[in-house]
Design a binder for this molecule. Structure first.
Ligand code: 0X9
Ligand code: ZN
Length: 434
């Protein structure tokens, strides 16, 4: 519904421009969701208070240890107030930048955001990096999206054509369409490792001793759709049709096959932003990433040992499980939980994020992180990037923060890479020889 409203406003705008470009008033902001408003709910420092908010079925946009930022209907907002919670009104979640008439270009980022990469620009830059560093960078794909876009995969190694017996680390970005800053994060990792190799001794050492894989845009159809009008659409899911339903898309980070749809941490309604899909791995984007990760099992040993899945926003370091409030679960004992926590805390100490177990933010089932651990014992973290609030731009911070906010994670990335030979080393434990 709200997508229709955004497109209608845009269509009027675009049609109006040729006739009255000079005289046209600036377009009035198109609310992302006409029937809902964004609120910050403070004082949520205990599970019961958080549960009160989540029970209402509001859409959670971000949050931290003691607050959530949500998108709520008037009725939901009334219920929350009636439960004694405070609701602080926030700016619209999809900002309309000061659009200059005639300069809203469908398929491109708006003014103020042009440092961000569309799928086309991302592909071009990765190809250029591979051409400039042919021995360190290789670009390929692990399949095609629902709409047929190649799903990009970057390999970085000191001898990229060789199959080296080294710990492998995966960085993935933009499962969620609107989280464009994460694409920049993955691109920053590729650039920094490629350009620093042979020049910066620490980077050279990491690239020599690890194989790094980067999935820079796990949901290209969604990311492109989010900017298809030239303004932001607040789109989260992929763009796969749902048979028998007019609503489009599956939340890729609810579609992974570990404890899929188990625990109320996703939605069965195709119109909901956390729709888990019709079955585990019903989305081609998750199914093919799963197949590729499975293909890294060589002689019975999963080569990938550590992983970060980048999201935005909230400035958090999260670790499994997301599906259960318990610190432990199937295949995740106290010892594993302690190692997850210790490395998570150390990463957070480098970037100023808040470290916590994923489910402490809210229960989420069918996430990539839970699957990576449950299926392969990959030490999988979720980093929620800048900012902490919608008041600082939420999913859409301006392009002038990209450099600062991606470089902010350099030390966390390096820390994960350095422990990839044996993460339990961080709590003084040993690992079996590989
Ligand atoms: O809910 C999500 O999918 C992620 N947050 S976001 O606001 N970007 O949508 C967090 C998922 C964390 N899950 C696990 N690490 N298990
Ligand atoms: Zn996300």
């Amino acid at each position: 519904m709200r997508r229709v409203a955004v497109i209608a406003v845009l269509a009027m705008l675009v049609l109006a421009v040729p006739f009255s470009a000079a005289a046209a008033p600036p377009p009035s902001p198109a609310p992302a969701a006409p029937s809902t408003s964004a609120y910050r709910v403070p004082g949520l420092d205990n599970p019961a208070a958080r549960a009160t908010v989540l029970r209402q079925g509001v859409e959670v946009l971000g949050g931290g240890r003691d607050y959530l930022e949500v998108q709520a209907t008037p009725a939901q907002a009334d219920h929350l107030r009636a439960s004694g919670l405070r609701l602080l009104p926030l700016p619209a979640a999809a900002p309309v930048p000061a659009a200059v008439p005639g300069l809203v270009v469908p398929g491109e980022f708006p003014i103020g955001y042009q440092g961000y990469h569309t799928y086309r620009r991302l592909t071009a830059e990765l190809d250029a990096l591979a051409a400039a560093h042919p021995h360190q960078v290789a670009v390929s794909s692990y399949g095609r999206s629902a709409q047929g876009r190649p799903l990009l995969l970057v390999k970085i190694s000191d001898e990229v054509r060789a199959d080296k017996h080294e710990p492998e680390v995966l960085f993935s970005c933009a499962q969620h369409a609107r989280e464009h800053l994460t694409v920049e994060m993955c691109l920053h990792i590729v650039r920094r490792l490629a350009q620093g190799y042979g020049i910066d001794p620490a980077i050279t050492q990491l690239v020599r001793s690890r194989v790094v894989w980067v999935v820079p845009m796990a949901n290209p159809d969604g990311a492109e759709y989010d900017i298809s009008t030239g303004l932001f659409g607040l789109w989260r899911k992929n763009r796969q049709p749902n048979p028998g339903d007019a609503e489009i898309g599956t939340d890729l980070n609810r579609n992974w096959g570990d404890e899929w749809a188990c625990c109320g941490g996703s939605s069965a309604n195709p119109g909901n932003d956390t729709y888990h899909g019709s079955a585990p791995f019903s989305a081609p984007e998750t199914a093919q990433l799963r197949d590729w990760v499975n293909s890294r099992v060589i002689h019975g040993v999963q080569q990938i040992t550590a992983h970060i899945d980048f999201h935005s926003f909230s400035e958090l370091v999260l670790w499994p499980y997301g599906f259960t409030a318990s610190d432990t679960g199937p295949g995740l004992n106290n010892f594993d939980a302690a190692a997850f926590r210790k490395l998570g805390e150390q990463m957070a100490a480098t970037n100023g994020y808040t470290p916590e177990q994923s489910s402490h933010l809210y229960i989420n089932d069918g996430s990539i992180g839970d699957w990576m651990w449950a299926q392969h014992h990959i030490w999988s973290y979720t980093l929620e990037m800048y900012p902490t609030s919608l008041t600082q731009g939420g999913f859409y911070p301006p392009a002038n923060v990209i450099e600062r906010e991606t470089a902010r994670n350099d030390a966390a990335v390096d820390l994960l890479l350095s422990y990839a030979d044996c993460v339990p080393r961080i709590i003084g434990a040993r690992c079996a020889a590989r």
